[in-house]
Design a protein around this ligand. Sequence first.
Ligand SMILES: [Zn+2]
Length: 474
Amino acid sequence: MGAGERIVANSPSGRFVQKIVQSGLYTHVDDRGLGIMATDTITCKAVLADGIGVVRLAIKAGVIASLVEAEETAATLPGLLFPGFADIHVHAREYPRPSDADTQALTRWEAACRKETFATAGRAAINGGATLFAAMPNDDLPPDTPEAYSRKTVVASASDCPVILYAAVTASSEPWADLPYKVYLDDRPSACAFASWTDLETALTRYRGCRVFFHAEDPLVLNRAASDGPRWRTRPPEAEISAVARILDLTHHLGLKSHICHVSTRQAVTLIDEYNRTASARVTCEATPHHLFFSVDKGKVFSGTGAAPERPDLLECNPPLRPESDRRFLLDALKSGMVDVLASDHAPHTLTDKDNGAPGMPHLDTLGPFAGWLMQECGFLPTRIVSVLSSAPARIMQADLGIPHGAIEPGFAASFTLLGLDGSTLVHGSRIPGRGTLETRCGWSPFSGIALPAVVRGTIIDGKKYSFLGVVVK
Ligand SMILES: [Zn+2]
């Protein structure tokens, strides 16, 4: 450790040691031991708009104040600096605590918090290199009014990683600000899922011009499908394809700014692409790590490395895994730009919940290493990774962000993900050897037993530095 540096051991998680450079550049260290920079410089290899370059960045009050080219030999960081990764699809599970008088609601809230809280989701996000995430509203008490939304904002402030909250569209809700509004479609009723297209259309007439994000599975098709068995049988591709077609129609008629979450089939992506060729406003869409990495053929699950996953039973999700041909199509579509965003759909469920059929899987701790797999094994250029994980998410969420995010340019947020592409991240059970325990409270990963070819060496959020594996981000 160099002169003037010190280790702050009381990092938020208490599990990794955060090193803060004490060079007189920090104005203060806050009560949680985080260094907050007033001004600082970073010299490193970075992914810029037109490719990789070596640059010296001056950071002032959490913003990139200036950028100048530097000599290759001047780079001091062990890795490639990306504009901070933003994950726009996360289930943080926690929501405002119900009153003690409502014991049933309290029991459900405690069960949700056993899966994840904003504090643990924030740590998992930082561990995986994310500098921002957007939290879904499918809570027991969905945030569908200004009051409920602002109560949830207070709860979300426990995350060290900045959070954007989705508001829920429900049967009686109305928009009240330029927020991301989430629609759920399902054949099983819940606090915020629509089982009827008529009810949804009635609700959406109040959301003209709004940003609306869709879980696209047609409840009518789900209703007709097999009622038991694995999800790839009970939630067939037709459910997604039919829902996407109807959503595109609603988008056109109601002037919505639509985004389709977790697309999983060739036909759905093709429908969106065809729509975008003539539409005045682009409908964006996202793909998840699990649909890009795992596939199911004749009931058998395969992984992107060719090996069978350790626990295929944990990979049940909505929409379900698809055949290998869809997985390969989705990878190409994400690479070519037909799919705009990589979003994790981080769904932390306890292993007991998984045994009871809960859909989805956690991804935040492994987001950066997964980006490494896309680059090293699937031919994604670093500039494409910036598009799918930084700039496109930032564009979609621009109204929720004070200053521009998603590029390494003066005036943009000083939020960065530092990826080492010379190492790999092996998940083993609930641990990442060399990094410690997974930070997600649910404590497991679908990538257990799999080495992803990149290591997150640092996460910098609005100028605050989180460093790992003994690396000093300087
Ligand atoms: Zn989701």
